[in-house]
Design a protein around this ligand. Structure first.
Ligand SMILES: Nc1ncnc2c1ncn2[C@@H]1O[C@H](COP(=O)(O)OP(=O)(O)OP(=O)(O)O)[C@@H](O)[C@H]1O
Length: 681
């Protein structure tokens, strides 16, 4: 505790602070008496803001001591140099938010608000912060600092960008507060002339206060006519004589008794989780969200668009594939009139069996174009105009007869011929499969029309499907992975957007001066994430399984399906927090988010089954949360596995293990990296 006799509101003794190699405070001493205005002056970059942040306790001294009379955050009002306010809130909402954080009731907030409107000439309270001018927003920032009527007011350049007349009025207001309410104000400013109104000023240079005292005393001491020329004289003397740095070998006893971390403890005073503050944070974040149209678009509309795009574009068989045909047997347009009911073995049949194959391909939506010769067909494939070229020789039907009948030798040169492009394996595979099926169909048709058993042309093998009878394409088997990816991705986007904005814009740092803890902010974002993910999952499941015919077997496993979606959203949420804590810029964080989500999608079998991966890579992929959740969800909907199926339990537990792992990493990192989510500006 501070000594009974302690007459200062703030006392800084022998303070040292460096940022790496840059020494900012170099044994600084400062005394701020109760009920006075203390003007802290100094050139840009000399360390004024750093000193104020050390006094507030948001930054720790390397050594030295800061003693404060204030015992909790409510006693102090701090206005940082940067705005550090949520730009998508209105002035009224900001007052309501900070008032609630300071435990003020509605009536008190209302009264104080009216007072501040008159004092600071605030613009329309319904204006959004992002829509008001720089000077207006600084006045709002000052208003937020004074809202809870603090005893000690610390202001970092409060009058920047404010016109001289209003500046004068604001200073008059400060003087009135000191006289009538016995407040203590520390103020930094670059307008040296306005510091004349302070009771005491400190001139800071080279990390120390080179002079401290009443303005008139400093002016007369240096024989100057203004504070500005006194300051210039002092600086030029100092350039010659070196900075008079005063080091304490030993701290004075009354200060040694005071706790070295006293101001840090001020920040730690309200570390208990408070539900009123969580409610205020939730309200603020909901307001910020519904005004952030782009984020809202990303979170609400994009799942609709992406799920619809996924269902309508992934896995379907390829349509309108262009195939060049040279048919020496018949003009392919005449195949429309082909009748396959006659047996080709009858002498007068005059059948053209190439039409069976051509009509079969046409029924599969191939775009068949007739070409005059083989050279043209192959050239068109080479030039990527067509995917394949098929040639039916003039004797195709006769050769078919010989092939089926086996009574006569048939020449290899008279077989149908196909030439295809292989630049896309999937196209090539589908064309080969469709043409093979077409020939198979041709054989069966021939046998049937000649009163033979068409079964002769089938493979001597029985194929049975155990699982996934309704799976018709690759999209059906990856739908669950896509939904798991969506839950992960959208939660991570939400948590990283909020956290990076709180961090980079200094919003959390400022809220922390009003008592908010990081845990409270995380709880509020977590609640929002869970609400959003319920909406997101509902939209995704509805589109993927109801609007589109992706197969789904309903069983008790669906309970785990939903649990897995929630776990995936938690993993995304935690990964977003981790990325926000480690990345230096907003853009970098978002790039990491997108990059990792895409990589996981590729590694987890969302695009191609992981069975195609190299052994080592596959063993890593098997452990990824998107793979674990996606596979288990797939097993539930496609195999009908229930809640009690061992694989479902193992898959869900293994996915949840990622939540525990990420939590441990986050807790560990936040212990090591103190400024992970907070930048005090
Ligand atoms: N987070 C940081 N990391 C590294 N260096 C920093 C950091 N913050 C401040 N500095 C450096 O510390 C010095 C003091 O900065 P500070 O913001 O305290 O100065 P200031 O007197 O408030 O300046 P101004 O009047 O321009 O606001 C500057 O040289 C600045 O570059």
């Amino acid at each position: 505790m501070i000594d009974e006799e302690f007459q200062y509101d703030v006392k800084v003794i022998n303070a040292f602070k460096s940022y790496g190699e840059t020494k900012v405070l170099n044994g600084l001493n400062m005394n701020v008496t109760e009920g006075s205005i203390y003007g802290l002056l100094g050139p840009s970059g000399c360390g004024k803001s750093t000193l104020l942040q050390c006094i507030m306790g948001s930054m720790e001294l390397d050594s030295g001591c800061i003693a404060l009379k204030a015992i909790n955050l409510k006693d102090v009002g701090y206005m940082p140099q940067s705005l550090c306010l949520e730009s998508t809130l209105t002035i009224r909402e900001l007052f309501e938010y900070y008032g609630t954080l300071y435990n003020m009731n509605k009536k008190d907030i209302e009264i104080k608000k009216e007072e501040l409107i008159a004092f600071l000439q605030l613009p329309n309270l319904n204006s959004l912060i992002k829509d008001i001018s720089g000077g207006q927003s600084r006045r709002v920032s000052l208003g937020v600092c004074l809202l809870h009527n603090p005893k000690l007011i610390i202001l970092d350049e409060p009058t920047v960008g404010i016109d001289p007349l209003l500046r004068q009025e604001i200073w008059n207001g400060f003087l009135k507060m000191v006289v009538e309410q016995h407040k203590t104000i520390i103020i930094t400013t670059h307008y040296i002339e306005e510091a004349n109104l302070a009771n005491r000023i400190g001139l800071m240079r080279n990390g120390v206060l080179v002079e401290e005292g009443a303005p008139e005393h400093i002016i007369s001491k240096y024989g100057a006519d203004s504070l500005e020329s006194a300051f210039l004289t002092l600086c030029s003397n100092q350039d010659v004589n070196e900075a008079p740095i005063v080091y304490f070998d030993k701290l004075p006893t009354e200060v040694q008794k005071t706790d070295k971390m006293q101001s840090t403890k001020l920040m730690e005073a309200g570390k208990k989780v408070d539900f009123v503050r969580i409610k205020a944070l939730l309200k603020k974040n909901i307001r910020a969200l519904y005004r952030d149209y782009w984020l809202l678009f990303t979170l609400c509309l994009l799942p609709i668009i992406q799920n619809t795009i996924f269902c309508s574009s992934i896995g379907g068989s390829f349509k309108r594939m262009e195939v060049a045909i040279q048919n020496d047997e018949i003009n392919i347009n005449d195949c429309k009139y082909f009748n396959s009911s006659k047996c080709i073995f009858e002498n007068n049949s005059s059948q053209t069996m190439s039409c069976v194959t051509i009509n079969y391909l046409a029924s599969l939506d191939y775009k068949l174009v007739e070409v005059k010769d083989r050279y043209t067909g192959e050239m068109l494939v080479n030039n990527s105009k067509f995917l394949a070229f098929i040639h039916f020789p003039k004797s195709y039907t006769q050769d078919m007869i010989m092939f089926i009948d086996r009574r006569k030798e048939y020449g290899m040169q008279s077989l149908a011929y196909m030439y295809f492009a292989k630049h896309n394996m999937l196209f090539k595979n589908q064309i080969v499969m469709d043409v093979t099926n077409a020939i198979h169909y041709l054989m069966q048709t021939t046998l049937y029309s000649c009163s033979n058993n068409p079964q002769i042309a089938t493979l001597p093998m029985e194929f049975n499907i155990l699982y996934g009878k309704d799976v018709k394409n690759h999209g059906n088997s990856t739908a669950a992975i896509f939904i798991a990816m969506g839950a992960y991705y959208f939660s991570s986007i939400y948590s990283i957007s909020i956290m990076l904005s709180e961090k980079m814009d200094g919003i959390l740092g400022r809220s922390m001066f009003a008592g908010v803890t990081i845990l409270e902010l995380l709880i509020s974002i977590f609640c929002m994430t869970n609400v959003l993910i319920v909406g997101h999952s509902f939209i995704s499941i509805f589109i993927v399984y109801v609007l589109y015919p992706n197969p789904i077997i309903l069983s008790s496993g669906m309970f785990m399906y939903v649990i897995l979606l929630i776990i995936m959203s938690w993993i995304g949420f935690l990964f977003g927090l981790l990325t926000a804590g480690l990345t230096p810029t907003k853009y970098f964080g978002v790039h990491i988010m997108n990059g990792w989500a895409l990589s996981q999608m590729l590694l987890s079998g969302g695009v191609w089954p992981i069975d195609g991966q190299a052994k080592l890579l596959r063993s890593v992929s098997e452990l990824l949360p998107m793979r674990l959740a996606g596979k288990t969800m797939n097993d539930i909907v496609l195999k009908g596995w229930t809640l009690y199926h061992p694989s479902v339990i193992i898959g869900t537990t293994a996915t949840f293990a990622h939540v525990v792992l990420l939590l441990l990493v986050l807790i560990g990192l936040s212990k090591v990296k103190k400024d992970m989510w907070v930048i005090h500006k």
